[in-house]
Design a protein around this ligand. Structure first.
Ligand code: CP
Length: 311
């Protein structure tokens, strides 16, 4: 693959390969004294973000810099997109600057594919609309593998606003491919039709979906993607679908709690659970994000650097 646009096109061995590569970068990043590797020295990485981000943008920037690339960020809000420049003209402009790798976040599903088709270098999807967020799924899989030792038979409940979640879609595909038993747990109005086709079992009863789970992955209620047809009040949503200590007690006693961030504290998750020192893996997910993105940037630029190791 030249690009990383979705988990759906990756074979299980390719996912495992990226996770193994990321393990190397976890060790390098923890070594503290010197995090630089510089294998991307001389390459230019453009992070073009058409939607807000903290974790994904910063971790791609840190990852590129630790690998020695020249990293530049384009924020749509302060770019000529605001003057009406089209997506394709923006893509052609980035390409003319001879970028060696482009990372894109966009609010529309499929926009990243459109840009990838117009440029000559690898493109990484940093989240496109409701479609996919492949590096988020990889960092979540790495976090689970490190905490639980593997995926075979592991019960993972992905809970909340599944309908609007690219994180849920990439995670369902990724975790099912790795052998986990994936549950999509959502109110009927926030459950997409694609769940079973993506390898997950739908549950509209939150308590039943949590029963015996090894991993509970909470999702952010994405009000900005709702068109007014269904916007629950935060209080109402918390009562029905918030992860409280009582609800978490239905999962296994050592169940791991995850959230991709940003969190709506007190809405989909209580602070006591989010900050729990043993149960919550939320800050570990962020740490794994840098390692996974270093692995993806390294692997996807291998062909340009004439290094073996990726198709
Ligand atoms: N998880 C995630 O994508 O977070 P950001 O929106 O802050 O990048």
């Amino acid at each position: 693959h030249r690009d990383l646009l979705s988990i759906s096109v990756l074979k299980p061995w390719e996912i495992r390969f990226l996770l193994d590569e990321a393990e190397h970068w976890v060790a390098v990043n923890r070594a503290a004294s010197r995090k630089h590797d510089d294998r991307l020295a001389g390459l230019t990485q453009i992070n073009a973000f058409f939607e807000n981000s903290t974790r994904t943008l910063l971790s791609f920037e840190i990852a590129g810099k630790r690998l020695g690339a020249d990293v530049v960020n384009m924020h749509a809000a302060t770019s000529s997109v605001k003057k009406g420049e089209t997506l394709i003209d923006t893509a052609v402009t980035l390409n003319a600057m001879r970028a060696d790798v482009i990372v894109i976040r966009h609010g529309s599903s499929g926009a990243v594919r459109l840009i990838a088709d117009k440029v000559d270098c690898p493109v990484l999807n940093a989240g496109d609309g409701w479609h996919e967020h492949p590096t988020q799924a990889l960092l979540d899989a790495l976090t689970i593998r490190r905490r639980k030792g593997g995926f075979e038979g592991l019960v993972v409940a992905i809970c909340g606003d599944v309908l609007h979640s690219r994180v849920a879609r990439s995670n369902m595909l990724c975790l099912a491919a790795l052998g986990a038993q994936v549950r999509a747990v959502a109110p009927p109005t926030l459950m997409p039709e694609c769940v079973e086709a993506m390898g997950a079992t739908p549950f509209t009863d939150f308590n039943a979906g949590l029963d015996g789970a090894d991993v509970v992955m909470m999702l952010r209620l994405q009000n900005e993607r709702m068109d007014g047809a269904f916007i629950p009040s935060p209080r109402e949503y918390h009562m029905l679908y918030g992860l409280t200590p009582e609800r978490l007690a239905r999962a296994k006693p050592d169940a791991l709690v995850m959230h991709p961030g940003p969190m709506n504290r007190g809405v989909e998750i209580t602070s006591g659970i989010a900050d729990h020192p043993e149960r919550s893996a939320i800050t570990e997910q962020v740490e794994m994000g840098v390692a996974v993105r270093m692995a993806c940037l390294d692997v996807l630029t291998r062909s340009a650097r004439k290094v073996e190791g990726w198709a």
